[in-house]
Design a protein around this ligand. Structure first.
Ligand SMILES: N[C@@H](CCC(=O)N[C@@H](CS)C(=O)NCC(=O)O)C(=O)O
Length: 222
């Protein structure tokens, strides 16, 4: 029997919510341990032992510890739902899913975190307007992916959708107009039916509200 999973998490954190969404979708028995990033709990000694990179999410499965949300998503499918088309086993199909995951890890999420981290962790009180365009470019990129397939990497849901969804919901709460990207907007509507979407929405709203409070105004002037 597999052990109970523990997810180090914060609802305002997009990659944490991606792991939560997949855990809910797979109906996994898991416990959430809050790591309060605004209070800098990621720098606490015990947490740093768990993840020296000082980031959430972290998954603990017995004595196995894994960080990096996309590695966690892949591990959860491979270990709890092997063979599922959430992470296709065909090399070419998996290649497309991995490409989207790497795009998310190296471009889209960093574009979002460039807005969030200075405020939440560094306690800055201003957001540079130059950070708006890179997010628009990422939304356009996902629109292109959705031109190729109904979901971002295939004709069905994969972990690439789950990885990107929290950042798209957050972008919408930041004021980005998703109707400018018709396929993305439709995709987002479809994913609203996923178990855990309400928690994703709550986290996105909390995050946006925190930023607006800290900068004392809108996140961007559209
Ligand atoms: N590439 C990582 C990014 C993790 C990440 O940056 N997490 C943020 C919360 S969204 C964090 O823990 N930030 C704390 C800090 O930067 O000090 C992943 O996808 O898991």
């Amino acid at each position: 029997m597999s052990s109970k999973l523990v997810l180090y998490y914060l609802s305002g954190s997009m990659p944490s919510r991606a792991c939560m969404l997949l855990a809910r979708l797979l109906n996994l028995n898991f416990e959430i341990k809050q790591v309060n990033i605004p209070n800098n709990e990621q720098f606490n000694e015990d947490f740093v032992k768990l993840n020296p990179a000082k980031k959430i999410p972290v998954l603990v499965d017995g004595d196995y510890v894994l960080s990096e949300s996309r590695a966690i998503l892949a591990y959860l499918v491979n270990s709890r739902s092997p063979g599922s088309n959430l992470y296709p086993t065909d090399p070419k199909q998996r290649g497309i899913v991995d490409q989207r995951l790497y795009y998310d890890a190296t471009v889209f999420l960093p574009n979002m975190l460039a807005v969030i981290r200075p405020i939440v962790v560094e306690k800055k009180t201003e957001i540079s307007p130059t950070l708006q365009k890179p997010i628009e470019e990422s939304l356009e990129m996902i629109e292109r992916y959705l031109n190729e397939y109904e979901y971002v990497a295939a004709s069905h849901l994969t972990i690439a959708d789950i990885s990107m969804l929290p950042s798209v919901t957050t972008a919408r709460e930041f004021g980005f107009n998703l109707t400018k990207y018709p396929r993305l907007n439709k995709w987002h509507h479809k994913l609203e039916t996923l178990p855990g979407f309400d928690e994703n929405l709550y986290g996105s709203k909390t995050n946006a509200a925190y930023l607006r409070k800290m900068v004392n105004g809108p996140i961007f002037n559209f």
